[in-house]
Design a protein around this ligand. Structure first.
Ligand code: FAD
Length: 518
């Protein structure tokens, strides 16, 4: 078997990979991670996707251990603000749809909703977000006991593709603190940590990586090399010359400017969701951590200059932004043509990235690592194994790209050139036909992007109903059913939400309790 892995890069991707490989293989595979003290990590990437729980479960980490150290909070949904019209908001929650007489509740809502808020008529989580509730009681019990609760009771560890239930939340965390936490986790379990710059990547006569050269620690030899060097793609894209497939024609946002804003959470409370607020040339993220908010403007440089973007972000945040330093970031949108070539696998930004509108960066990392473990090579380096890996990674990114393009296509805004152009921009092959189909019948498992990419049909439905830019038709068959059952179910959603809002602590109370703060 391949016995020696060298990981280059110590951002979220490097440390997640090192920790996971250690948790999977123990000391049967030697792992060395080399990271530069001179090149900073990207410094963002703090909202995740509900599948992230499997990562921490796999490592055997309990929330009460790692969350306080990483200033982490719960994320139940994404709140989309102003995507339809100023002042309008809706949620894309981590909640599967209830079904009445074989039709998802959203089909019934489109036919005859109780109110103009599909998200509150069909999902409990929307009300929890509006009321800033925690999904857990102070005792630690989850609000919905049907969800699988205790990882320790399972005899086996699950990964993304075996996920049977929709877990109701993901996490927000401080990316730097998480990297530090995982550094400790991994090094205590035997990962060798080298703080040094890689200055060269040497190939053998076949074009495979033989070793990397560091400034102070000499040569590092390995069997398998993992490129976690971020947008630089130092091993895969530079040394092995693997081309990059840009998504820029369909997703034009190529820059971001970010701020880390200290906030008195006791005074302001904490929303248990990420907010994405539509702006004139993109959108602003708001990620409430324990003690600060991460915020940033993702924009298209064809429509907005960096100075203007920074000014817009500062105005959005208000006086709290005054003395804070802004982090300007250029984004490489797309994916490497192949993420695994010869004995080099790229994970993280070097593998690919789409804009963070649905918080999928860390999801791609998790997916890449899990697939690497499932495809871990023998000394024979079977091409078919690599091909299978590459196909899955490419599918996941292409699928998310399609879902994000839909966000812009289906948004009702058309008030300036950026939003007007969104209606005519290039779209990926197949999406046009799918959108036609969805307008006549809401998306289901047969009609969304056909390969695993993390998103289920309910997410597509929530976005179409929330964004409001496409005309949608309800199923005619619904007219032939007893109408009262769906209305009863929607009333039940409201009643359950009301009870939970009354009983659950606020997100702030929950985390103050976890931190032992007064
Ligand atoms: P980096 O953080 O860039 O780390 C690269 C590492 O490589 C560093 O340790 C550096 O020192 C090292 N390195 C580079 N060159 C060398 C060298 N020569 N020698 C040694 N070491 C070297 N994802 C989400 O899931 N949710 C989000 O909300 C989200 N928001 C984002 C917002 C923006 C604006 C951007 C750009 C990304 C966002 N992401 C998000 C993606 C997320 O930030 C990344 O997926 C994640 O941080 C992983 O980055 P990385 O580890 O691949 O790269």
């Amino acid at each position: 078997m391949v016995k020696k892995v060298i990981i280059v890069g110590g951002g979220t991707s490097g440390w997640m990979t090192a920790s996971y490989l250690r948790a999977a293989f123990g000391d049967r595979v030697a792992v060395t991670l080399v990271e530069s003290k001179n090149i900073a990590t990207i410094g963002v990437g703090e909202a995740t996707f509900s599948t992230i729980r499997h990562f921490f479960d796999y490592l055997g980490l309990e929330e009460r251990e790692w969350m306080p150290e990483c200033h982490a909070t719960y994320k139940l949904a994404i709140r989309f603000q102003n995507w339809r019209a100023p002042g309008h908001h809706f949620y894309h929650p981590f909640e599967r749809l209830r079904v009445v007489d074989g039709f998802p509740l959203t089909d019934w809502w489109l036919h005859n909703g109780l109110s103009d808020r599909f998200d509150r008529d069909c999902f409990v989580i929307s009300s929890l977000c509006d009321a800033k509730r925690s999904p857990r009681y102070l005792s630690g019990a989850l609000f919905e006991q049907d969800f699988e609760e205790n990882a320790e009771q399972r005899a086996y560890r699950t990964t993304l593709t075996e996920q049977g239930t929709q877990f109701p939340y993901a996490y927000h965390f401080d990316a730097a603190l998480l990297a530090r936490y995982l550094t400790r986790y991994a090094t205590e379990r035997g990962v060798r940590h080298v703080l040094d710059d890689v200055v060269d990547v040497r190939l053998d006569e076949r074009g495979w990586i033989d070793h990397v050269v560091t400034r102070e620690h000499g040569e590092l030899k390995g069997d398998l090399f993992v490129d976690c060097t971020g947008f630089r793609g130092m091993l895969l894209n530079k040394a092995l010359s693997v081309p990059f497939v840009s998504y820029q024609d369909s997703l034009p946002n190529d820059r971001a400017v970010a701020l880390r804003v200290p906030v008195d959470m006791a005074e302001h409370g904490m929303r248990p969701c990420t907010t994405a607020t539509a702006m004139d040339a993109g959108w602003i993220w708001t990620i409430p951590l324990y003690g600060r908010v991460g915020t940033g403007y993702v924009y298209a440089s064809d429509y907005c200059e960096p100075e203007e973007a920074e000014r817009t972000l500062r105005e959005f945040v208000g006086p709290m932004a005054d003395s804070l330093e802004a982090n300007h970031i250029r984004m490489r949108i797309g994916r490497s043509e192949r993420s695994w070539v010869n004995n080099c696998v790229a994970i993280g930004l070097s593998s690919g990235f789409v804009e963070p509108l649905e918080s999928t960066g860390v999801f791609f990392i998790q997916h890449g690592i899990e697939q690497l473990v499932k495809h871990f090579p023998s000394e024979h380096w079977d091409d078919r194994v690599r091909e299978s890996y590459n196909q899955r990674v490419a599918n996941a990114m292409d699928g998310v790209r399609e879902f994000l393009v839909l966000h812009y296509r289906a948004a009702a805004r058309s008030d300036n050139p950026y939003w007007k152009d969104a209606a005519t921009r290039v779209i990926p092959d197949g999406l046009g036909e799918r959108m036609e189909q969805w307008q006549a019948k809401l998306p289901d498992s047969e009609t969304i992007f056909p390969h695993y990419h993390g998103f289920e049909p309910y997410s597509y439905v929530a976005m179409l109903l929330g964004l409001g830019g496409l005309s949608l038709t309800s199923s005619p068959a619904l007219r032939l059913f007893d109408q009262s059952r769906a209305a009863d179910e929607m009333r039940l959603v409201h009643e359950q939400a009301k009870t939970l809002v009354a009983k659950l602590p606020s997100q702030y109370e929950y985390f103050a309790h976890l931190h032992g703060d007064p």
